[in-house]
Design a protein around this ligand. Structure first.
Ligand code: GDP
Ligand code: IMO
Ligand code: MG
Length: 426
């Protein structure tokens, strides 16, 4: 198989960075196709730990073409700083291609992200405040700036004038300071100049690579439950992390997409607000949060933790056409007497096996659990599936049974080497 999509099938932070890096050892191309620096993808190898936000996770391998495709929203200042950070840590030999069609996150997007959140009062989404939603809004309102505009002086001036006319009106209405054209124009032209060596038509590049049968890994950000179309709306992000987001977000025809690998934690986490039927609190939540270091990569917020939710997981696998699963942070669960898995929801006295579309219904859903015996042994040094404790294997088999999906990788630690590969899929 040559083209594989890595999709988060929960609420983000499932370990997509680790899996992209792990599988990426064999890739020719690694592509980010949606989202922006709201993502935080952690990669650990050779005693070093990196947290990437906009830059694709293949950046450490000089042979890999790393593509930031048209479906992304890119903050040029932050992306350049990220590159500088990598260079200062010795990552100097890399290939990077940035789509001329990708949307630019402007300072007013971050200002508005904050203002919209404040205006929501107690109903905050808990966004990463990176301007993601407002940048996608402008793209769809057709007043967005695109990366290619930044290297076309006259056209950029025209686009920025048009955008500021609307955005300043909005900022004024919200009682915020308006922005002047000139300093913004100069600042963003300078970013364009710095990004110029990387800017190109990445759709052409990707179609050529696909025709050559290159091995392409698509690195989803966020997770299906945060998908604008299929997630727990309105507590979602503003793009679609599903495999269906790939053709739209890259300009690569759907026929080139072979398979999708779902990345899920052995339990569930969520950062930010929104429904979370299997959420835990108290001692067990604390145990899992501390063992899994469940604090946000981007914002440092403690992540909410809960049992595995099969209703949500099945929904995510169905929506994204998941062929295989990778179960991540499996080591975190050692030491528990018993572990529950949510197999259905109870809604107004009836059992259901789907995720209701409205928040009001989802908030009334109570998890229906089965309980599995836990295991005491630490598993961080296990490299062979058969060597896992029997109860650990039973738990994984149960996930396969309930999702009807084969688990091809079990991750037992953050490091690249702490990985049990059951089957070669890429
Ligand atoms: P992503 O956004 O999906 O790439 O995930 P994040 O990097 O935001 O969060 C996953 C966290 O779990 C990171 O801190 C990883 O280093 C860590 N991690 C990944 N796989 C494992 C694992 O199998 N075990 C443990 N203990 N940590 C892991
Ligand atoms: P990775 O790729 C976890 C969440 C935010 C918030 C909601 C909307 O690292 O898995 P946004 O800033 O996108 O408008 O915020 O989505 N969120 C994430 N949660 N992992 C992420 O990315 C996330 N990106 C956004 O916390 O609830
Ligand atoms: Mg993350």
């Amino acid at each position: 198989m040559s083209r594989l999509v890595v999709v988060g099938v929960q609420w983000g932070d499932e370990g997509k960075g680790k899996m992209t890096d792990f599988l990426g050892q064999k890739a020719d191309v690694v592509v980010r196709y949606q989202g922006g620096n709201n993502a935080g993808h952690t990669i650990t190898f050779g005693g070093n730990k990196y947290a990437l936000q906009s830059i694709p996770s293949g950046i450490f391998n000089p042979h890999i073409k790393n593509v930031m495709a048209n479906g992304m929203v890119i903050n040029p200042k932050a992306a350049l700083a990220e590159l500088e950070g990598l260079k200062s840590r010795g990552v100097t030999d890399f290939q990077l291609f940035v789509s001329d069609r990708a949307a630019v996150i402007m300072p007013y997007h971050m200002m508005l992200d904050g203002a919209y959140e404040t205006a929501k009062g107690g109903k905050k989404i808990g966004t990463t405040q990176k301007g993601i939603g407002p940048a996608y809004c402008d793209k769809y309102s057709r007043i967005g700036i695109r990366i290619g505009d930044l290297i076309d002086k006259d056209y950029f001036a025209e686009r920025l004038h048009d955008a500021l006319a609307v955005k300043n009106m909005e900022l004024k209405m919200l009682g915020m300071e308006t922005l002047e054209f000139e300093p913004l124009y100069k600042e963003y032209l300078a970013y364009g100049e710095q990004l110029k060596p990387y800017i190109c038509d990445t759709a052409i590049l990707l179609n050529e690579e696909a025709e050559k049968d290159s091995k392409i890994l698509f690195e989803g950000a966020q997770g299906v439950m945060l998908c604008i179309e299929n997630g727990t709306y309105p507590f979602v992000t503003s793009s679609s992390p599903t495999a269906a987001g790939v053709p739209i977000g890259t300009g690569l025809a759907p026929r080139y997409i072979d398979k999708a690998l779902g990345i899920c934690k052995a339990y569930t986490t969520r950062v930010g607000a929104g429904p979370f039927p299997t959420e835990l609190d108290g001692e067990l939540a604390h145990y899992i949060r501390e063992r899994g270091h469940e604090y946000g990569t981007v914002t440092g917020r403690p992540r909410r933790v809960g049992y595995l939710d099969m209703v949500a997981l099945r929904h995510a696998c169905r929506i994204s056409g998941i062929n295989y699963l990778s179960v991540m942070l499996f080591d975190v669960l050692s030491g528990l007497e018993a572990i529950k898995i949510c197999t259905a929801y109870e809604l107004d006295g009836k059992q259901i096996d789907y995720v209701p579309s409205t928040l009001s219904k989802l908030e009334r859903c109570k998890p229906v659990y089965i309980e599995m015996p836990g295991w005491k042994e630490e598993v961080t040094s296990v490299r062979n599936f058969e060597e896992l404790p029997q109860n650990a294997k039973n738990y994984l088999h149960k996930i396969e049974e309930l999702t009807k999906t084969e688990i091809v990788v079990v991750s037992v630690g953050p490091d690249r080497t702490q990985t049990i590969r059951r089957k070669e899929i890429f």
